[in-house]
Write a protein that binds this ligand. Sequence first.
Ligand code: PLP
Length: 394
Amino acid sequence: MRNFREVTDRTGTRSVKWDMTEQLFKDKEVLPMWVADMDFKAPEPVLNALSERVDHGIFGYTMTDEKIGDVIQHWLAKRHGWNIEKDWLSYSPGVIPSIHMIIQSLTEPEDSIMIQTPVYPPFYSVIKAHDRHLVSNPLSFENGHYAIDFEDFEAKIKQNNVKMFILCNPHNPVGRVWKEHELKQMGDICLRHNVQIVSDEIHADLIFPGHAHVPIAKLSEDLNQATITTLSPTKTFNLAGLQASYLVIANEETRKTIKDQFNQQGLYMLNTLGITALEAAYQDGEEWLEKLIETLDEHKSYVIKRLHQETSHIRVVEPEGTYLLWLDCRSLNLSQNELRRFMREDAKVGLNDGTSFGDEGEGFMRLNIAAPFATLEEGLDRIITAINTTYSSQ
Ligand SMILES: Cc1ncc(COP(=O)(O)O)c(C=O)c1O
């Protein structure tokens, strides 16, 4: 079983996280703790399957077959208690390409699409890229906890004649794993106003103990028909570079429309190694995933405890899922520019800027804890030392 403490040098692998450090943060000494991939090797069964496939030596056109459908069906039933039909599946190189296709095929220019901010930055760009009207239902933040403003949710849908709602569950960056009653309430409102739900559940497998992921499409037959769910093993098993994801669409007409759109773009195939990794991960990766979640849980507790004990200037919004910590840095009393500069130049850590997730992210930064403990510890040492150096005399 893989040791999550092992440090692997990723520089020189064309890693967006590691090889773009100097370009993005203007200093190659900055420790990258930003983009959502992990500094852990993929599970051994995945590495073995990939090696075997590479050893075969021929990489011709490759199809997704019944067996891939079986493996996905089994995974969703086992991990999320969600029983899907294999017919509901279609494949895509990524969740974001899928959302582009969905927007193009199910909405018209100027149509309103709603998101819950702060949220993963491409949710903004996919809407803008197709000249759709972006409607925001900001999450409320009280006593360190994010929640949905349902009144605003329904009012915005009515006022803007919203056609589509892109749900992020679990939510990146705030780490909420939406509860069944919250999903039901949002779902009922969408059904009432005929809103197409697009549920991005890419972080579905990364759930901390005490919480459970609920696919919104599972809640009722009406919601099943009104929802397109986008999923992928790439976050769960650290396979983002292999680009393999899938969509679950129960509604036949919707599925046909989306599939036609993919076909029109010539996107009807996944890459050979992506398929191989998906199959091996879902078939034999579960034990690794359990260990990963244990490790992430320890890392989360470590960061919360250290920041709590060693500084009063940063508070962690405790996540229920994902490996991304949303740091409330407002007590540092810095403008966003100063906060970015402080993290980059004084602490020398590369974090995601809170405002890249929307205006609500002012005063926040996002920290990725999916790294070996030594890397995480180094990052935390840097942040705490920088804070204590700057603020000790104040
Ligand atoms: C919520 C969410 N959706 C989608 C993605 C990216 O998906 P893909 O790489 O499959 O396009 C990410 C990556 O961080 C994410 O956090």
